[in-house]
Design a protein around this ligand. Sequence first.
Ligand SMILES: Nc1ncnc2c1ncn2[C@@H]1O[C@H](COP(=O)(O)OP(=O)(O)OP(=O)(O)O)[C@@H](O)[C@H]1O
Ligand SMILES: [Mg+2]
Length: 221
Amino acid sequence: MIQLYHVHMDYGPDSPALVDVTMRIGKAEFVFITGASGAGKTSLLRLIMLAEHCDAGQVLIFGRNVSRIRHSEIPSLRRRMGVVFQDFKLLPSRTVGENVAIGLEVLGRPRREIRSRTLEVLRLVGLEHKVRAYPPRLSGGEQQRVAIARALINDPPILLADEPTGNLDADLSQDIDSLLADINARGTTVLVATHDQGWVDRTQRRAIRLERGRVASGGIA
Ligand SMILES: Nc1ncnc2c1ncn2[C@@H]1O[C@H](COP(=O)(O)OP(=O)(O)OP(=O)(O)O)[C@@H](O)[C@H]1O
Ligand SMILES: [Mg+2]
């Protein structure tokens, strides 16, 4: 599903973000990306979601070598990856339903399909009743679940989440963990970046540990 071979990425001559990173993540795996602040977790996710490109090495997503795909193919490849950002990035003046539907709206799908799919993913995250609410009126955990629903609207084979429990207390973090586990059980490859080592330790899941941009452990399952 996701393969990186000897990947280097930097933001400038003296600021390497990823150094000689090699990893393989298979279909329907649930994998944590761990490491201290600045270790390169977000950079790695941005590389995988095609928001950055590497300066050396190879990145393969869905078996495709990213450096060889045509520019015109990037949007469709990107749509096959749902992304959840740490700060949610919900539009405050749009309803929950409108926020979640965006990924189908841009494709110009029929109204009826958008509506039924929006309710379906909101049901999955347990927020069907909030479809007409506005994000600022929701709790942090609810907003995070809306962000997850939005990421799932196109039924992507890969879900990338950056610190999805970063702003939440222990109970809500547990809810998000269960939700991500459910999504994974339905066959979605889930990749979660977190510095919460306690969360990683409580589960039996695979973890890839980054240290100053390098893979310290877990790169190859
Ligand atoms: N836009 C940028 N420009 C320059 N350097 C950056 C940029 N973004 C990140 N970096 C640097 O790249 C390195 C990796 O950052 P990254 O954001 O990937 O770390 P992280 O593991 O996600 O950290 P955190 O846990 O704090 O979110 C850090 O040294 C950081 O300072
Ligand atoms: Mg980060």
